[in-house]
Write a protein that binds this ligand. Structure first.
Ligand SMILES: *Cc1c(COP(=O)(O)O)cnc(C)c1O
Length: 366
């Protein structure tokens, strides 16, 4: 038998599909539609197709490269660019995104010119700044921006959105959601328009949603983490009824030896500019895995076996394996957090192992 290839990320499509269905049902019960965020999985077309199969109509990614990848793979969905296009991405945005999020009139103006040139209409979702301090138009400026956007040819205002818990860790609570609803209503009234999508946030909106009895105008959320990892990101609590282990990472032992716990010799900086300090706890079994910082956010890994991560470099993870008897060729598996998943799905060195409903397994590099 030929050995499998490592490191690899095991992707249980059945578990992700289950999470998609549950979340769709949950939010759908209050008229909130969900967009499937694909940036978390680097625009993976197999995962994207599964989401479409489960009834997701909008797929959203912050990278045009990923939208292009899904488009070329024949994924049938409305594609939403989740980060404002830059001036150098205007043509590609009009070509590959049905909707893009926007905050700058300068950019929207260029999208308008480009859409007109191609005899098409590009839809935009205006992001409003509501405290988290990443992207967004200041609420007091929104009306002016909308009024100006409505004069642009080739552009259609598809929605208004806000983002939370990304930069400032600000929670999307009832006050914030009420503010977004009121702001939407005010703009609609002044401009005599109806704004179809009011996108209240991301996976961090779960706690708000489970407690609220009035979602008012919020009719959309953009979900990544809760679909893939089954957790809400404010406290990283597992969401009831969802799988938290749809992804696991497996790496192979390439060295296993009894060695000291403290480095010896004159000590300078480590590979990443850190100044490592270790306590001498005698000799232990130290194990090295053939995976490292170039493949995954190592501090976002939790080992499933009884081992402890001592540290890592570009291509190695070093384990305290005193409680196991790991030998060369053995496989160590980990759970991944958001950052680890993001990097593992992006690494070209990571084998992707898709586990299908029928437990049929295929392997492929991205
Ligand atoms: C990444 C991102 C999301 C998805 O966030 P999750 O916490 O993974 O659900 C939603 N909206 C925007 C604007 C994002 O950048």
């Amino acid at each position: 038998m030929t050995r499998q290839t490592f490191p690899k990320i095991n992707i249980n499509l059945e578990k992700i599909a289950h999470n998609v269905e549950r979340l769709k049902e949950l939010y759908g019960s209050a008229g909130i539609g969900i967009m499937g965020v694909t940036k978390t999985v680097c625009g993976d077309p197999i995962i994207a197709n599964m989401m479409v199969e489960k009834g997701i109509k909008f797929l959203t990614d912050s990278r045009i490269t990923n939208l292009k990848k899904m488009n070329r793979a024949g994924v049938k969905a409305q594609f939403v660019l989740l980060r404002s296009p830059s001036l150098s991405e205007i043509e590609a945005t009009v070509k590959y995104a049905d909707i893009s999020v926007n905050t700058e009139l300068e950019i929207i103006k260029r999208l308008s010119v480009c859409a007109i040139k191609h005899h098409t209409v590009h839809k935009i979702m205006l992001m409003v700044e509501m405290g988290d301090l990443r992207e967004g138009i200041m609420p007091g400026d929104l009306l002016d921006v909308v009024q100006e956007v409505l004069t642009f040819g080739g552009i259609k205002l598809a929605g208004i959105g806000a983002n939370f818990a990304c930069f400032g860790g600000v929670k999307p609570n009832q006050d914030k959601m009420d503010d977004l609803s009121s702001l939407t209503a005010r703009v609609e009234k002044k401009c005599k328009i109806r704004i179809p999508i009011v996108s209240g946030g991301n996976s961090a909106n779960y706690n708000w949603f489970t407690k609220t009895d009035h979602v008012r105008r919020i009719n959309n959320l953009r979900l990544g983490e809760s679909i893939y990892l089954g957790r809400e990101p404010l406290n990283r609590t597992p969401i009831k009824g969802l799988f938290t282990d749809a992804f696991t990472l497996a790496a192979e032992v390439i060295e296993s030896k009894m060695k000291p716990t403290a480095p010896y010799g004159e000590i300078g900086q480590d590979a990443f500019g850190g100044h490592p300090r270790f306590r001498d706890k005698g000799n232990i079994r130290r194990v090295i895995l053939g995976v490292g910082n170039q493949d995954v956010l190592v501090k976002g890994l939790t080992p499933i076996q009884h081992v402890e991560i001592l540290g890592s470099s570009s291509d190695h993870i070093i384990l305290d394996a005193r409680k196991s008897n790991l030998q060369v060729g053995d496989i160590v598996t980990f759970q991944l957090n958001y950052g680890a998943l993001l990097l593992a799905m992006t690494s070209p060195y990571m084998m992707k192992n898709y586990q299908y409903y029928s437990s049929k397994v295929t392997e492929q590099f991205q």
